[in-house]
Ligand binder design. Structure first.
Ligand SMILES: [Zn+2]
Length: 68
């Protein structure tokens, strides 16, 4: 039995948000420039948290750290 390696997310190259694989455009910024080739997962659960500030992110949500 083989298991597919990967995550059930695509990352937006524009805003780095993660969204389900079946999305064809970003539900946050409207960009259709989505990539499955990303790594590093940042989950911002609190607006204005230190991590959010460090990463330059403003809103809560799931983000990719790097999108290729
Ligand atoms: Zn986006």
């Amino acid at each position: 039995m083989s298991r597919r390696i990967g995550t059930p997310f695509k990352a937006c190259r524009n805003c780095k948000r993660l969204m389900p694989l079946d999305s064809d455009k970003c539900e946050f910024c409207g960009s259709s420039d989505l990539s499955r080739d990303w790594f590093g997962l940042a989950i911002i659960i609190e607006d204005g948290s230190l991590l959010a500030e460090k990463l330059g992110l403003e809103k809560t949500g799931r983000y990719a750290l790097k999108v290729r």
